[in-house]
Design a protein around this ligand. Structure first.
Ligand SMILES: *Cc1c(COP(=O)(O)O)cnc(C)c1O
Length: 233
């Protein structure tokens, strides 16, 4: 089932790119494996997936040693400052940085370990009360401030669009994030890396996000099936 789902997702992404005049290689797929057991992750791995997304530090720490070493782990969930030390040096990209204090903690830990941590600034484009992320008007300033810290590199922006029935409704938010990225690059012309990555689009709207410039889409349900939040793992 996972292999077939992946084929569908990849085909949909290719079609979306073709429609938008983009190269399919410009959009990378992150398989969001939160709550799913390692056997299912391995099935996706055998079908070619190397990028996995998790939203809880403990679950990441449990899964990392259980999976092959060439997996690129993406921290996509809200991150508390006191947990930063556990994941620095272990994850490929942190998608969910939305405050200077969190970035400072990542920077401190990165310097301590002698590594550089790649991060994205999470933006609450739809300005939903329930969501983390910095307001669109604050994103440029935050990216600029973080860029001055040692051991941390802002590679782009991430957003979690509203939960909607029809993914088409989120097109405006993806366009907004893309535009924000262009604006921030304009203001930070010395720092090209801030415009490299746009992490946007989930199961319900990843084809729309791909058309609007996503460089990473984060798909969970569309690959692994529905999640159940009963006691697992
Ligand atoms: C769970 C999650 C996803 C994947 O959601 P699906 O709708 O299952 O594809 C993507 N991004 C983030 C930040 C998530 O927490």
């Amino acid at each position: 089932m996972i292999r077939e789902n992946l084929e569908d997702v990849r085909r949909n992404l290719e079609e979306a790119c073709r429609k938008a005049g983009r190269e399919p290689s410009e959009v990378e797929l992150i398989a969001v494996s939160k709550t799913k057991p390692v056997e299912m992750l391995m099935e996706a791995y055998r079908a070619g997936v190397r990028d996995f997304g998790e939203n809880k530090v403990q679950e990441l720490l449990d899964k990392i040693p259980a999976m092959p070493p060439d997996v690129r782990w993406h921290m996509i969930g809200h991150l508390q400052r006191n947990k930063v030390k556990y994941i620095v040096g272990k994850v490929y990209l942190i998608h969910s940085v939305d405050s200077l204090r969190l970035a400072e903690e990542i920077s401190r830990e990165a310097v301590k370990q002698g590594v550089t941590v790649n991060i994205l600034v999470e933006v609450n484009v739809a300005q939903e009360e329930s969501k983390f992320g910095v307001a669109p008007g604050q994103a440029a300033k935050l990216a600029e401030e973080i860029s001055r810290l040692p051991g941390i590199c802002v590679r782009g922006l991430m957003t979690i669009a509203p939960f909607v029935e029809d993914g088409e409704e989120n097109r405006v938010y993806f366009q907004k994030l893309k535009q924000l990225s262009v604006d921030i690059m304009g203001k930070n012309s010395h720092n090209k890396s801030v415009g490299e990555i746009l992490s946007m689009g989930m199961t319900g709207d990843y084809t729309v996000a791909a058309q609007e410039g996503a460089t990473y889409v984060r798909v969970g349900t569309g690959i692994f099936g529905e999640r159940s939040y009963k006691k697992e793992s």
